[in-house]
Ligand binder design. Structure first.
Ligand SMILES: Nc1ncnc2c1ncn2[C@@H]1O[C@H](COP(=O)(O)OP(=O)(O)OP(=O)(O)O)[C@@H](O)[C@H]1O
Ligand SMILES: O=C(O)[C@@H](O)C(=O)CO
Length: 461
């Protein structure tokens, strides 16, 4: 069996995001939470390795990404995708540029593509500028991100500032002409000395064109959209099929068909550590529906042990309704986040909150909680690592890019269900939809069965 695609994801929500799309495009996909957990005989078309390298020092991100790349190559991966955020989340020092350069060198290549677009979630690239719905990236909620505020929308500039080479644009007029024109543009950019090509991407068809034009590249970089485009190019599946049909994973242990998916019956909890605009709305909407408590940040810093015991009792005491799981959240408006950061220091505070959520999740698991709904990429990484989950089976999507997953366990009794939601993904009712889905209730009465609603998306703008 040939492993076609190996993915190195720089955070955990990003990993489940792309894994969900690879599964939807018909690839038998395994997701591992560390290169250490690669089984010797893996029968899959794609393997996604989740790292937590988005905002760590660049050198560490490089080392971990190279480690993952080597494992994927040992497994036989023909093409590597470096998956980063559809909003290009990165610090001034990287890590997207430095990791891309290191992977190019590792693979003996000198050229790759930059494709963060995910049109189904409003992320498009036009004239090399990244948009979040109608706003350029630097005017979107990403300008206020607590860890990786994005203040430039121009991907050529961002890539050249972070990486070691020059970036060339491939404008949408060329992408519109189809795969041959894109291949030609890529060959020309490379011949003229560019190291990165930034491809305009306005819609699904563009992703498919880019996927078809890049089946010969050893390294691709971008969001889950390029994963979907490449996977569809390899399986010959159309966008329409992808959206209409579940994959047929019957012959593969690491993927379960959405319709056969079942959930554990233990208690559920919502843990929200994202401070994104959409998560703020989701927390607000869910607060009207379920028991909720905002994290007491001074206690996280000064009295973590006592607070942990208190909060886990609160969660268990409030786990009375199957479809209204309790929610603990750090999520706050940008001004409040800035004030907390001024008081405690941004890095220290982020690490303390993530660590606290990780410990809380581990404690709740030991007390019988088995369904975890987590918001925020860094937060999800901390929670998943603290739960000691080695890998996932990828299940039904709650919203585009947000599937339910379950932990791979040698002892099925230890299995837990998790969904890891990227900060800005999902509609305002996401938490309720996720909880109800996992409580075995029909999701059919939710608008568009968890897909974003056009009117709602318009309102979100
Ligand atoms: N009230 C708060 N004050 C300060 N920092 C906060 C607060 N709430 C959350 N944070 C921190 O902000 C960071 C949010 O990052 P995280 O990756 O979890 O969410 P996100 O960036 O919205 O999600 P994604 O990466 O999936 O888009 C975390 O480090 C979290 O601990
Ligand atoms: O690409 C995205 O937007 C997400 O998968 C993500 O990486 C958020 O952390």
């Amino acid at each position: 069996m040939t492993l076609r695609i190996g993915v190195i994801a720089d955070d955990f929500t990003g990993a489940t995001d792309i894994a969900g799309f690879l599964v939807s495009a018909g690839l038998r996909t395994a997701q591992l939470n560390s290169p250490k957990h690669a089984p010797e005989n893996l029968d899959a078309d794609a393997v996604v390795i989740s790292l937590k390298t988005r905002s760590i020092p660049a050198q560490e991100a490089i080392e971990q990404s190279l480690g993952a790349c080597r494992v994927l190559r040992q497994l036989g991966a023909e093409q590597i995708i470096f998956k980063y955020c559809s909003t290009f989340d990165s610090t001034a020092a990287g890590n997207i540029g430095p990791v891309t350069d290191a992977l190019l060198e590792e693979l003996g290549e000198d050229f790759t593509v930059v494709v963060p677009a995910l049109p189904v979630n409003g992320r498009t690239v036009y004239q090399s500028n990244l948009f979040v719905h109608h706003q350029p990236l630097h005017e979107s909620g990403m300008k206020d991100h607590p860890v990786t505020p994005m203040t430039d929308s121009n991907l050529l500039r961002l890539m050249e500032a972070q990486g070691s080479g020059t970036a060339a644009p491939v404008p949408f007029a060329i992408v519109e002409q189809g795969p041959d024109a894109v291949r030609e543009a890529l060959d020309q950019a490379r011949a003229e000395g560019a190291r990165y090509a930034v491809l305009d991407t306005l819609n699904h068809d563009h992703l498919d064109t880019i996927g078809q034009a890049t089946t010969g590249l050893r390294l691709l970089t971008g969001g889950s959209g390029i994963g979907a485009g490449l996977a569809r190019a390899l399986t010959g599946q159309s966008v329409q099929q992808d959206q209409a049909e579940a994959p047929d994973p019957a012959d593969h242990d690491a993927v379960s068909p959405a319709e056969d998916w079942s959930f554990t019956s233990g208690a559920a909890v919502v843990i929200s550590g994202s401070a994104s605009q959409m998560t703020n709305r989701q927390v607000q909407a869910y607060s009207a529906h379920a028991p909720h408590t905002a994290l007491d940040i001074p206690r996280v810093i000064d009295d973590a042990a006592g607070y942990l015991a208190e909060l886990s009792s609160w969660v268990l005491d409030n786990s009375t309704s199957d479809d209204a799981a309790p929610m603990v959240y750090a999520t706050a408006a940008p001004e409040a986040v800035r004030q907390w950061q001024q008081s405690y220091g941004a890095e220290r505070l982020s690490a303390a909150i993530e660590d606290f959520f990780g410990q809380l999740a581990a404690r709740l698991r030991s007390e019988g909680v088995t369904r975890f709904i987590v918001a925020g990429g860094e937060t999800s990484g901390a929670v998943t690592q603290a739960l000691g989950v080695d890998g996932f089976e990828v299940g039904p999507q709650i919203a585009p890019g947000v599937p339910w997953t379950r932990s791979l366990e040698s002892d099925p009794q230890r299995r837990i269900d998790l969904t890891l939601k990227s900060g800005n993904f999902g509609d305002p009712d996401f938490f309720r939809t996720a909880v109800q889905m996992s409580a075995g209730q029909s999701n059919n009465d939710q608008p568009n069965n968890g897909q974003p609603d056009a009117a709602q998306q318009e309102e979100d703008r």
